[in-house]
Structures are given as C-alpha cells and as structure tokens.
Design a protein around this ligand. Structure first.
Ligand code: SF4
Length: 454
C-alpha cells in the first residue's frame, strides 16, 4: 500500500511533477479528511460501476460518508446503490474483522450474484491489520468471481488521492482481463465521467451522431465487464483532470492509448473535445462529420438561447466549484453573456488555475480559501447577482438572500453538452428572475412599513 500511495502522490502526469516548486501533491494535514477522505475518493470513483457490489470493510460511519450523496445514475442495474458494509463493532476491532468480511462476501455472492465485489478498506481495518489482499485472493478463488481489494483507507490522504488509488485498483485488477466481442476504429473510453444527473447519456448521444463509440464508461453508468476490456480503446478522454489521470497515463504507457483532458461544459469546450477525439482517431471523414455536427448544434443552440439572453446579459456571478468545472463552467457562463467576477480555486489543480486565469480578466477575484465567509465576502465586494456553487453553500446563499444555483455532484440536472448548456441558461434565468428574491428583501408583514423595500 505504501508504494501505491507514494506513486499516486508523485503522479508524473500531474502538473506538480512538471513544476519545480511543487514536487509532489500536498501531503495530508490533520483534519483534512473533513473535506472527504481517501476512502471517500476511492468510493466516489468506483461506485458508479452499477452492476458491481461495493462492500465497505469498516464501521458503519464510514459507509455513511458518501453513500447515496451523489447523483450518479445507472441505465440498468442498481446494486451499486446498496449500502453494503461489514459494520465492524468493538469486538471485531479488538479480535480482527476478517471472519466478518468473509461472511459478508459470502452473503453478497449468494444474494446478488454480482460480476465483481469491490472491498474498500477504511482507517479502522487498515490499522487493525486485516489482510485485505489475501482475503480477496482466497474469496476470488472460492467463488470464481473477482473480489477486488481497494486499498485506500481514509488516513492516507485526501479525496483526490483516493480517486487515484481507485484508478490504480482498476489498472491492477480489472483493465486488461477480458476482450470485447468486437472493436471498431472509433472506440474511446471516457475516464472520470460519473454520469451525474445523466450527463454521460447526453454526451453519448452526441458521439453516436458522428459514429464514435464509448467502449468503456469509467465509471459513470459503467459495467464491470466493459471496464475489463478498456485496453482496446483507441483514445482515452479524461473528463475530470484531478481524477484518474494516473489511469490514463498508465494506459498510455502500457497499451499505447493516447489521452487528453477535456470537458463538455459549454459549447466551446464541447466542440473542442469532439475535435480532439476526432483528431486523435486520425480519421478525416470523422473530422468532417464532427465539424458538421458542431456547426449544426451551435446554430440550434444560438436560436434556443435567444429567449434567455436578456435576463442573463451582464449579470455578475461568483462561481465556487472544483476540478474541471472550475474553468469549463466559466466558459459556459461567458457564452451565456454573464460576467464571472470571482472563482473558487481551493479545490483546483495548478493546471485548473492556469486555465481559469486564461478565461477571466485581471479583476476577477480568485477565492483560494474554503468556507462560506470568503465566498460571501466576494459576493458583497463584487456586487454579484448570484452564486453558483456546491450544495453545502446553498443554505448560506439562501440565508443571505442571494440567488443560488447548485452545480456540484449532488445536483439532479445535467449541464453537459449543448442541451446541458441550454438547460443551464434556463435554470439561471429562472433563478435570477424568481419573485422570491424581491419578497425576501421586504420586511415581514408584522414589521413596520411592509410596503417598503429594505
Ligand atoms: S475511512 Fe477513516 S477518515 Fe474516512 S470516513 Fe472512515 S474513519 Fe473517517
């Protein structure tokens, strides 16, 4: 495990390795797990594999950490939505939890017959020394079904590190273990796309139109079997730059699959990602089809957005999100005619920050500290019209009577692709023009001067 953690921290495809001042990813500080521990990150990355069983080996509390908190959808099986845990109690913590783990695996096999079981270690089971690898090896032999150890206990570091360790697990135990029934010259993998609110389905629709096939969904709406044959793809697209970059890099090294990091938020980013895929597939005819699709979709989008433009034009936004969204949503908002006056960067990589700076003016504030205080300060000092952020900031915005739109993984709306951008425009326009904001600024009826604004 030590080797895996060090490798994930020193990932050469991460910008830290090319930046002299930042030799490795920041090592965890006490209390860092409050923003999501490594176990949480590993589970976030693997849980969308919908037909697999995901068994958390540890106390019940760990399993409640992120289970059902994310809007990652499946078009078929729902086994991934079960909160499976060994639920360790004091006696197992003292005498070891291996017996309980074997019993849990047996129960899962008999009840659900899954194609695979992912077993996640947690702080407790790693500290008491349960030999996850050995148990998984023996249980795989016993049941004839892969039982895969995910060695990412919470104490090793951040959520991001856990995501990488999940990538390492896929590379070590899953990818390359099977072959697809057929391949085409247009097979790609989507890596780090979690099908939040069904976004992957809209991306698939676009790819289908030009004849690009998603060979393996890693992992949104994924199936265990398709991830086994991911090594047959011609191109890897890494949708979230923080997550699973190590997996894409290793697949390039071992299977010579080129990869790029891209996004589907906003028309510009969507077009650019489609062009990059076609370019890497090295097919002139495909490139022509992609160009035609982009022209057609942009024309339609332009028409569809006309109704929202008067409400959105010139409105000031504070954007507080992380990863790929921290820069690609900026482009999407600018395409809608809005001005991004402040952007959160504390969950962004150095590369994300460079991309943010390319897209905003010098007077845009970069909020590099977490916490609602700094976001509110930016909203006030920049006189922003609205806040677009993750769910945990929603109540702060509502208490402060600031129009708010949820953008992170808990949301129930897809914003990717051309259709997603139209939906984003509609939701922002509705948020901004909702009469509740005027009412919220009035005094309560029992207060003096009801008719007066504040
Ligand atoms: S794995 Fe460790 S840090 Fe993560 S939720 Fe469990 S106890 Fe907390």
């Amino acid at each position: 495990m030590r080797r895996q953690v060090l490798e994930a921290l020193e990932e050469p495809a991460c910008e830290h390795s090319t930046n002299e001042n930042l030799k490795v990813c920041a090592r965890p500080k006490p209390g860092q797990a409050s923003g999501g521990c490594s176990f949480d990150g590993a589970q976030i990355a693997l849980l969308p594999i919908a037909d697999a069983a995901h068994l958390v080996h540890g106390p019940l509390g760990c399993s409640g950490n992120s289970w059902e908190g994310r809007g990652s959808l499946s078009s078929g099986p729902h086994l991934y939505q079960y909160g499976l845990t060994t639920d360790l109690k004091e006696s197992e913590i003292i005498f070891g939890g291996e017996k309980k783990l074997r019993e849990a695996i047996g129960e899962i096999m008999e009840r659900f017959s899954p194609p695979a079981v992912f077993v996640y270690s947690t702080c407790v089971t790693a500290l008491i020394g349960d030999d996850l690898e050995a148990i998984c090896r023996e249980e795989t032999r016993k049941w004839g079904v892969p039982v895969i150890p995910v060695n990412s206990p919470g104490f090793v570091g951040s959520k991001n590190l856990g995501t990488r360790l999940a990538g390492e697990t896929l590379f070590q135990y899953v990818i390359g273990t099977s072959d697809p029934p057929e391949t085409t010259p247009y097979d790609i993998n989507l890596i780090g796309e979690y099908n939040i609110a069904g976004e992957m389905w809209e991306i698939k629709e676009l790819l289908d139109k030009v004849g690009i096939r998603i060979l393996s969904r890693i992992t949104g709406d994924g199936r265990f079997q398709e991830i086994r044959w991911a090594h047959h793809a011609k191109v890897n697209m890494v949708v979230c730059s923080r997550a699973l970059i190590n997996l894409a890099r290793k697949m390039e090294e071992h299977y010579q699959i080129p990869y790029f990091e891209g996004s589907f938020y906003g028309a510009g980013e969507t077009g650019s990602s489609l062009r990059k895929i076609a370019g890497l597939l090295k097919d002139r005819e495909l490139e022509r089809r992609v160009e035609e699709l982009i022209q057609e979709e942009e024309k339609k989008l332009h028409r569809d957005l006309l109704q929202y433009r008067p409400v959105l034009k010139g409105k000031k936004v504070v954007l507080y999100t992380g990863g790929v969204k921290s820069w690609s949503v900026i482009s999407a908002l600018q395409e809608l005619g809005m001005e991004v006056v402040a952007v959160g960067t504390n969950k962004s990589t150095q590369e994300d920050i460079a991309r943010i700076k390319e897209r905003v003016g010098a007077d845009t504030e970069l909020i590099d500290e977490g916490g609602s205080g700094s976001i509110l300060k930016a909203v006030r000092s920049k006189k922003a019209d609205m806040m677009i952020a993750g769910g945990r900031n929603m109540y702060v915005a509502l208490k402060e009577k600031i129009p708010f739109l949820e953008i992170n993984q808990e949301r129930h709306t897809a914003y990717a692709g051309y259709t997603g951008l139209k939906r984003l425009a509609k939701h922002i326009a509705h948020t901004l023009s909702h009469p509740v904001w005027q009412l919220a600024h009035k005094k309560a009826p029992w207060c003096e001067g009801w008719a007066d604004d504040r």
